[in-house]
Design a protein around this ligand. Structure first.
Ligand SMILES: NC(=O)c1ccc[n+]([C@@H]2O[C@H](COP(=O)([O-])OP(=O)(O)OC[C@H]3O[C@@H](n4cnc5c(N)ncnc54)[C@H](O)[C@@H]3O)[C@@H](O)[C@H]2O)c1
Length: 351
């Protein structure tokens, strides 16, 4: 399969990870160019790719067939629209856009232009998540009834030297919880109703440092998410899954999903079911099975999928439409918290 000719917009923290991923997989993609108005290209490997300080000038000059948008959230809508206008396929980092209005407009622009899109919810490519989805889809757990997710870690004090991280939109809800809510949608189904609470009691910034949410899914399953970036614990999917060497591995599970016939813990992946097949009940013995998948770099798996999406017409794992619905469910947590009542997330549909 021919490698994709890709350009990257934004060479900050995650843009550099995408650049490294492209350079590591020459059979999948060739890095044609990078555009960033501020970053210093002498500080990292570019593999001979052209460097631009202006995104539009780069797209006009290089005409890549695909782009990775790794710029601040408030640029995603504009740069996604530009790709639609130019007929360039794109992978946009999460959140798909900064607001629901922008998300709706981008969903329409993508449909009208026919370009292929992905949103960077890279956790969906974790081997453990793919395997969990397969287990659920086979019906081995029965009907899903309850899901419980914990994301608790303590970000270092110097993380907050960047002023935007102390203001609305820069907190763990849009930065971290959005990944968990995306996985809950993927594993448990579409979210119908959300109740949320937020707190900034630990740091006193305008932005939340903690949040808790209750979810009702279309299929009747109920879920909870407890989130804090001010509490030290081994329970985040990052620490449990080895997805990123910046987060030392704890090997602890952070998700518990319960079905009528069995249950599953993630990301170490342990399933629970009756020890004696068919003997189901709280007074019957349970047995656990460790399904431990082999580690796989989710960013590399995402890029390989991006190539197949464009070259082989594979269905997108997370389209702009899907990313818009994850954004809607995430923003519903904040809306419910500020309004003091449950909130039904906006539901984006195609067509
Ligand atoms: N998938 C993930 O796990 C993950 C992780 C981190 C960040 N993100 C997302 O990626 C995006 C970037 O986050 P980050 O942490 O890398 O931020 P960052 O601030 O480190 O990097 C953003 C870069 O974009 C550049 N930029 C600004 N305006 C630009 C323009 N007009 N054209 C091109 N480049 C421009 C900046 O100079 C900067 O270098 C955000 O949307 C964030 O939510 C995703």
């Amino acid at each position: 399969m021919k490698p994709l000719r890709i350009a990257v917009l934004g060479a900050g923290m995650i843009g550099r990870r995408h650049i490294q991923t492209i350079l590591a997989l020459p059979e999948v993609a060739e890095l044609a160019a990078v555009a960033d108005p501020v970053a210093n290209p002498a500080q990292f490997q570019l593999g001979g790719a052209a460097w631009f300080t202006d995104a539009q000038a780069m797209l006009d000059s290089v005409q890549p067939e695909a782009v990775i948008i790794a710029t601040p959230n408030d640029l995603h809508a504009r740069q996604g629209q530009l790709c639609c206008d130019l007929g360039i396929h794109f992978l946009v980092e999460k959140p798909v856009t900064a607001s629901l209005e922008e998300a709706g407009a981008l969903v329409r622009a993508v449909e009208q232009s026919g370009v292929k899109t992905l949103v960077g919810h890279h956790r969906r490519y974790l081997a453990a998540v793919e395997q969990a989805k397969r287990v659920i889809d086979t019906g081995a757990l029965g009907a899903l009834v309850a899901a419980s997710v914990m994301w608790a870690t303590r970000k270092p004090d110097d993380y907050f030297l960047a002023d935007w991280r102390t203001k609305a939109g820069g907190g763990p809800l849009l930065i971290n919880a959005i990944h968990e809510i995306d996985l809950l949608r993927y594993l448990c189904g579409e979210i119908r109703l959300v109740s949320g609470l937020q707190s900034h009691a630990m740091r006193g910034f305008a932005v939340e440092d903690s949040a808790a949410a209750l979810f009702q899914f279309d299929n009747g399953c109920l879920g909870t998410l407890t989130l804090t970036d001010a509490g030290l614990s081994p329970w985040t999917i990052e620490q449990g899954s080895e997805e990123n060497s910046n987060f030392p591995h704890t090997g602890q599970n952070a998700y518990r999903l319960a079905g009528t016939k069995g249950s599953l813990e993630l990301p170490v992946l342990r399933s629970w079911g009756p020890r004696i097949p068919g003997e189901i009940g709280w007074n019957k013995p349970l047995a656990s099975t460790d399904l431990a998948p082999r580690y796989r770099d989710p960013y590399q798996a995402q890029l390989r999928h991006f190539q197949r999406l464009i070259r082989m017409d594979e269905a997108p794992v997370v389209s702009v439409l899907d990313g818009a619905n994850t954004l809607a469910a995430t923003l519903a947590v904040a809306q419910s918290s500020s309004q003091g009542r449950p909130c039904a997330p906006v539901r984006f549909t195609s067509g």
